[in-house]
Design a protein around this ligand. Sequence first.
Ligand SMILES: C[S@@+](CC[C@H](N)C(=O)[O-])C[C@H]1O[C@@H](n2cnc3c(N)ncnc32)[C@H](O)[C@@H]1O
Length: 442
Amino acid sequence: MLERALSLSTRRSPPVSEDMDDVDDKEVGGRGDESKNHRMHFSIAAMRFTHYFTRTGYLWPLIILGILIFVVCSIFLHTRDLVCLKAATSDHISRLRFFGFDDVESDFGSLGVPWCRSKLGKTVEWTTKDLLRGLEEFVPIYETRPIKNNMYGMGFDHSFGLWFIARWLKPELMIESGAFKGHSTWVLRQAMPDTRIVSLSPRHPEKYLKKGPAYVDGNCTYFAGKDFVDFGSIDWGSVMKKHGIKDLTRVLVFFDDHQNELKRLKQAIKAGFRHLVFEDNYDTGTGDHYSFRQICDQFYIRGGGHSCFRDSDEARMRTRRKKIWEKAVDIDELCGPGEAWWGVRGQMRDDFNHSNKAITHSQHFQNSRYVESVLDIYWELPPVAGPSLTHQTRYDPARVTSPIVEDGRYGLFQRLGLSRLETSVFNGYTQMVYLQVSEQDS
Ligand SMILES: C[S@@+](CC[C@H](N)C(=O)[O-])C[C@H]1O[C@@H](n2cnc3c(N)ncnc32)[C@H](O)[C@@H]1O
């Protein structure tokens, strides 16, 4: 047996040849032998295998097959995980779909999120991390608010936004136009405990005290009640002097008075103010005053502009979304006579919609040009958390930027204390915006 094995192995080595023409019959014959040898080895091995399997009862092949199936499946699942993870971190729309909020991905691309472009592309200094840290700090403060039910006033999102911006900018003076019962005055006070406030509102917040909770600040100059003066009619030079303010870049102005925001911007620029916050930055087709959102929702901006054509994709999407989101508008609400889509049905609204002047598209276009020419920064506060967490149904997520706490991050939502708040406080988001006006030539 051993002899036979040795003789087989010596005959296996073929003659070395550099050229195929040198290969003679002997060699071909040699190869024939070799193939015979291979066949013999194979049949011996096969015999041994069969013998072994019969003895072990096919246990090993089954184990090997099982391991193979396991490896293939885990590779497949791992790849799927990576895809989901990527979608979850980079595309909140996919996530919304994952949470059952219909197919907004294509809608998002078509409806888009408008914004005002700043002259030099400058943006705010704060990051999402800063906002998250701010949220953690603000939730317990918000829980101590004196006005628990602030219907018609700010909810949680905007209260946080105003508090965060005021605290970040650390102004020497804070001005508010539109106080209602005083909730926003209280928010400003929480951000800057010792800074003077100037508050303008036709009805003094103290009047509300007779009926229920309200907030009247002890370090505030009120132009309210019988002393009310509209922001555009105040002699700001003398007010600044009285408050010892020399540098107007150290003043923060907060508007929650439902006036035409273009009008307010021009008045603020005339007075020399540079840091402005507008609470109700209504979306195109909604609201009772002309807003920056509306002003900057331009046809030349990707995703901006609209179609009033009834059979358009946008019309269909709007109808669908209207059924889910309270503030979403359909084509009938969006478009006015002559297919005017800008502002609200082609109107530039003012003063709680007591005035609603129709403007042409070219006027609207000029307004947007003007606004963008004076802005250094346009920053919309994102919603604090995604709709699957807050259960809000008012604003349409297809028209807002990614929330600070994204859908699916319930752990974070809970850690920040947001799950302790009643869901109704999240229903007042209207794209609060912070504007930094560029230095104007006097
Ligand atoms: C939505 S409420 C303000 C809510 C308040 N900022 C809050 O957080 O609760 C609008 C307020 O603007 C006031 N208002 C109306 N016209 C105004 C004007 N021209 N200037 C300032 N405030 C005005 C209203 O009386 C009302 O109190």
